[in-house]
Design a protein around this ligand. Structure first.
Ligand SMILES: Cc1ncc(COP(=O)(O)O)c(C=O)c1O
Length: 438
């Protein structure tokens, strides 16, 4: 992966600030616990330097693009936004109706349960049985969370402390590395040009590292790279982790977004996985319920108990009518998950074809709601952030710069399939013109 460090002084500062030196292609990176900023290296985010934990978090790379998009829209320009992975579809009507009905009942206005109401836990376990033939105890092996992000952040907070190593592929969904940093662990990042290469690096790490990682934090289908794996791959990872006493957290946010007949496997399908694994599932993408904030953590009872303990101090659970509506979603909306997946697949085809016509050839992904594209050759030197900025300015198309997903995301941009086909065609035509004229 062609990474170019230090050309952009803001980014160089960003990485120094994130507590590490720029990584070069193929290297392993460790984000260590942070020391306070040296006096002369001022954080680019003003006014927050005095806050201990905030010092560990670099400024949000996507903020600059959000601002450009907002300015363009304020100037009445028609921007096609393929940046954030924020589903644009409507939540199925039956779920909305149930929410309204449940919200009218004052009994549902009180504090709910931090772990989630029992019927919802039972329903998610029933779905795992139906879909994956996985048996889960709804009392001890399932917990409801306020979305997958909440599950990840609090799980790391509950289980990771100073000195604990958490290995994850990079680039990645930002909480996978920053959740570890916030918990004061060591985020050890391994490149993932392919899933097999990630596994090779992991094996090498186990051979060479004096201290085994406490946790592997993986996610397939993967955001942003769209890497997809099969059950034998997950079996190998589970066996490797088991041998070394490492626990596994599998973020399964794109569980239902597999294309062309591909069905993403659950890690809990691996025999004995519950001894060391938990899986995080989200309603956000499968049911177009991103704003509702419902997720689950499922599997190993000891890890679930740790999350339940910390959550009992932090929250009272998702608003109960939302939990009740989620039961209906899990029970009645399987066909909707298939329709939603088919719509992303169609948008993927439109985007891949449109980009090909524009002269930008990208492999079609097997899953997720994204396309991960290497920068066209003549733009590689400018880096992903500058390229994405130029694309908003000149083509009125927003994409996410790869660098926003961590050091190993440089050289790529991510398209989110969150606008309709007509708008995607509009975007690829504009990109075609942009590529020809730059
Ligand atoms: C890999 C991954 N995990 C988790 C999430 C967040 O899920 P939720 O909306 O349930 O918090 C996302 C959202 O984009 C994601 O890409």
């Amino acid at each position: 992966m062609g990474t170019r460090w230090g050309q952009n002084s803001n980014l160089a500062c960003w990485f120094r600030w994130a507590g590490k030196h720029p990584l070069r292609s193929g290297q392993t990176g460790v984000f260590r616990r942070q020391r306070p900023l040296p006096g002369k290296m001022k954080a680019p985010m003003s006014g927050t330097e005095e806050f201990y934990r905030i010092q560990k978090l670099p400024p949000y790379v996507f903020a600059v693009l959000n601002e450009m998009r907002a300015k363009a829209r304020a100037a009445q320009m028609d921007v096609v936004d393929l940046g954030m992975g924020n589903p644009d579809g409507e939540t199925p009507q039956v779920i909305v109706d149930k929410l309204c009905e449940a919200a009218r009942n004052p009994r549902n206005h009180r504090y709910s349960m931090s772990r989630g109401i029992p019927k919802l836990r039972e329903e998610i376990c029933a779905r795992y049985k139906r879909k994956y033939d996985v048996d889960l105890n709804s009392e001890t092996e399932a917990i409801v969370t306020i979305g997958a992000k909440d599950a990840l952040a609090h799980l790391l907070f509950a289980t990771i402390g100073p000195g604990d190593i958490v290995v994850s592929p990079n680039p990645a969904y930002p909480i996978h590395q920053y959740g570890v940093i916030m918990a004061e662990g060591h985020a050890q990042l391994l490149p993932m040009p392919t899933a097999d290469e990630f596994l090779n690096r992991l094996e090498a790490l186990y051979r060479e590292s004096p201290k085994p990682p406490k946790m592997l934090l993986i996610s397939f289908p993967h955001n942003p790279t769209t890497t997809c794996v099969d059950l034998p791959f997950l079996t190998k990872i589970v066996e490797l982790a088991r041998k070394h006493g490492t626990i596994i957290v599998h973020d399964f946010a794109y569980a239902d977004l597999g294309f062309d007949g591909y069905k993403p496997p659950s890690i809990l399908q691996v025999p004995g996985a519950k001894d060391l694994c938990v899986e995080i599932f989200s309603m956000s993408k499968s049911y177009e319920m991103a704003g509702w904030r419902v997720g689950y953590c499922l599997g190993n009872a000891r890890i679930i108990a740790a999350l339940a303990r910390i959550k009992s101090y932090l929250d009272y659970g998702t608003f109960q009518p939302i939990q009740i509506a989620s039961i209906v979603a899990l029970r009645e909306c399987e066909a909707d998950t298939e329709r939603i997946c088919a719509s992303y697949q169609h948008r993927r085809d439109v985007l891949v074809d449109g980009l090909a016509k524009a002269g930008w050839i990208v492999e079609p992904p097997k899953g997720t709601m994204f396309l991960w594209a290497e920068l066209p050759e003549k733009f590689r030197a400018m880096g992903s952030l500058e390229f994405a900025k130029k694309l908003v300015q000149d083509a009125l198309v927003v994409v996410s710069p790869g660098i926003g997903f961590g050091p190993m995301g440089e050289g790529f941009v991510r398209f989110a399939l969150v606008e309709n086909e007509h708008r995607i065609r509009q975007a690829t035509r504009a990109i075609g013109h942009f590529l020809k004229t730059n």
